[in-house]
Design a protein. Sequence first.
Length: 173
Amino acid sequence: MKRVIFAISGASGYKLGAKAFNLLPHNIEKHLVISESAKVVAEKEEGVYLYDNSQIEAPISSGSFKADAMIIAPCSMNTLAKIAVGIADNLITRSASVMIKERRTLLIAPRELPLSPIHLENMLKLSNLGVIIAPPMLGYYSDSDSLEDMENFIIGKWFDAVGIENELYRRWE
C-alpha cells in the first residue's frame, strides 16, 4: 500500500474518522478531503495532502492519479447516495467515482442509524460494483475492554479490508 485517499463526510462520526486517518501507517502517502458539513479544521502534518471538498480539479480526482485505496469514514447518506447514482459534484464524490471506474479499492463506512430501504438499496448497488461497505459496527467477539479498544477494532477491520497491515485489535485465535 503506497497511496491512500481518506475522506470525512459529515460531522457525525468525525472523531472515529479522524482517529482512523491518524492511525494510517507513516509509510503511506496520505491525501485527506473533508466535506463542508464536517466543519472541522485539520492541521497539515508531514506526508499529508489536505484538500477542500470544492477542489474538484485536485489530482486525486483523476484516473491517472494511482491511489491504491480510498476510505470514506464516516460517509453521510447524502454522499453515499450521490456515489451510488454517479453524481460527482465535489471532490469526495468525484474521487470515489474514479475509484469505481478504475476498479480500485473503495471502502465506505456509512454512519446512519437506523437504515432506510433507500440507504440499503444504495449500499447494495455499490457493493455489487465492488465497493466495500463497512459501517462502524462493534465486534463483541473482539473482547474489547474500553471505547478505545472498540474504536481500534473498527479501524483495524477497515484497514484489513483495504489491505493495510495493522495490529489494532486482538485477532481470533
